[in-house]
Design a protein. Sequence first.
Length: 124
Amino acid sequence: FSGAEKNFTHAQKILLICGIANPAPVIDEMGKRYDLVDTLLYRDHHIFNIDDLQHIKKAYEILSALDVIIFTTEKDGVRLSKFQNELKDLPIYVLPIRHNILFNEEAVLNKQIIDFLERFNKKI
């Protein structure tokens, strides 16, 4: 699977594979950035199986005449990686996850983690 760092144009046609709790923000953002032609939605924590693999490949086959590429979330990319050999010929790109700590509280969170680890290590 490739990273999504390539510069695709807004006209790039996308098939989105998404199995997260709230896919709406991802769908909305992808729709703003690209020509989102289809979305395959799965429940949160979905474990992809061979039937899902066939469904993905069939959806891509139907849309391939549109020169579509496949995007998936990083979370789903990990779950799909067990089918890496079966999917190696498909143009699949993974959307990286970026975390932001709200309210500029990164230093506070880091201190809490360090304090916890120091207390934990003292108990060992």
